[in-house]
Design a protein around this ligand. Sequence first.
Ligand SMILES: N[C@@H](CCC(=O)N[C@@H](CS)C(=O)NCC(=O)O)C(=O)O
Length: 216
Amino acid sequence: MDDSATIEIWGAGTMRTFRPVWTAEELGLNYRHVPIGPRTGETQTAEYTRLNPKQKVPCLVDGELVFSESVAISRYLIARYGDNSTITAPECLEMRAREDEWVSYFYGELDETSLYVIRRHGALAPIYGEAPQAVASARTYAARHLSVIAAHLENRDFVVGGRFGLADIILVSCLDWALRYDFDLEDSLLGYRDSITQREAYGKACAVNYSERKGG
Ligand SMILES: N[C@@H](CCC(=O)N[C@@H](CS)C(=O)NCC(=O)O)C(=O)O
């Protein structure tokens, strides 16, 4: 934890908290990581509730600016601090639209509609309730969309524009999550993921996000 930093990233141990941490590592930012975890009571303190009334992680503090949502935080950090030596948003409107399309698709269809449903009604069933049919259906649904993504990555190293960016951070975080749930990923997805996870910032982010707090 860096006490001289003005950027704070709150939250550790989950795929959602991993995204802004990974983005910050890619950008080489000086940030303070506050490794609070969900369902520990730490998101419900008065201090944290002032920052994020949703009582969820992650949350970003950058000077006066305070906001949550893993995709929004990662996108903001890139837009604010990225440059050609690190990561940037695509330059032209058309490529930004493509990036937005894929990021929305990964987050909407893989993260929220599938993987988190499996989590809510699987490992977190004591809190959210048993729903085996919803879990089975979410698995089938995710598999169908993973095939679409596998086809897109057949001859590509990155999701959009031939260079690493936000869409890769969101996708790889979802692929990591899918692997934890024993999805059988197609070769193009495995090859893509293998290559991206060689990045130094990915390794550093894993250490930051998962070593300080396990389980998520
Ligand atoms: N859409 C949010 C989801 C945030 C979220 O649900 N975080 C979970 C951990 S992965 C959490 O804080 N859960 C605590 C709770 O629901 O009490 C994002 O992508 O940041």
